[in-house]
Design a protein around this ligand. Sequence first.
Ligand code: ZN
Length: 381
Amino acid sequence: MKRILYSLLIAAVILPGATAHLQARDRKPKTSKTVQAAEPVRNVILMIGDGMGLAQVTSYMLRGGAPLSLARAQSIGLQSTFSASSEVTDSAAAATALATGTKTNNGMISMTPDKQPLRSVLERAAAAGLATGLVDTHAITDATPVAFIGHNESRKNEDDLAADFLRTDIDLFIGGGRDHFEKRSDGRNISDELREKGYTVAYSLDTLAALDKSPVGILLADKSLPLVSQGRGDMLPRATDQALRLLSANGDKGFFVMIEGSHIDNGGHDNNAETVLSEIRDFDAAVKIALDFADRTPGTLVIITGDHETGGMTLPSDENKFDMGKLQPGDKNRATVQFSTKGHTACLIPVYAYGAGAARFSGFMDNTDIPKRIAEALHLE
Ligand SMILES: [Zn+2]
């Protein structure tokens, strides 16, 4: 009975946010205090689709062949993504904003433009005793994941960024980038140094599945993992499932984890709609696992967003002949996905939230607001 009443209370708080497009009063961000009192947040799952804007998501709704789990979002907002140095952000500056709540120049990792290190929400969560994790389909030292734990004036210094994994007691990380831990120009072996700190460092998800305690680092590729279309399989959904299993074994303290679908961005850069579609499908499968986890784990907040849009993707229509393939010479009666650039764009990016405290993420935001609101929800110092 208590549970039913609690659910009704949650519904009463969250549902108005879900209709934010309908009424002017709902366009304002919700004040957080009411939500905070009703719904303590213990676990935060931040999911980033690299290069994922509205067209990318819509392409999956129209041509993905399966329901979009993202559509279960209870609260939807928009974030601006410009960096300190450009109207069009790169992944490093965007990740710095999403990790630390501060704008920096393109190319920089969790440092101010004048090279002062910035504290990330993951570092703050770890200091507060929460379990923390990073899951990625690219190198774990790539810009998006590493901004949550590393600090460097350049995203290119991936050997240095790998060494930053020794500085924060992160409980779990899964991704590629093994070379930056074990085949380094300075001859150090960061995997061995992590082992000396008590980590299990291993190289397969099967090994991870057999573990029941952290800290653990799983390095699945020398550099990036491949695209889904090149054989990555269900690594991201599996890794998400395993990460949530291990991090939630942390008792009452809760956890913070960032999970990235990195290669949606590649589809945009390559102007390849099929890659966008297969990578969104994979990311959305991981989203489903996170939302199902939130359903059975009270106090879990899931935030799903992108870091920027890639490709200037549009979905033109010609009656119902629109399709995902490339336009071939002589195609007159087909409408296909179009791209306006091989790079990133400045477009606003949707922010989807689900579970405890989801209403905090409705309305208009800047990317720097997101970690601030996460830190508030978790009462981080
Ligand atoms: Zn990016």
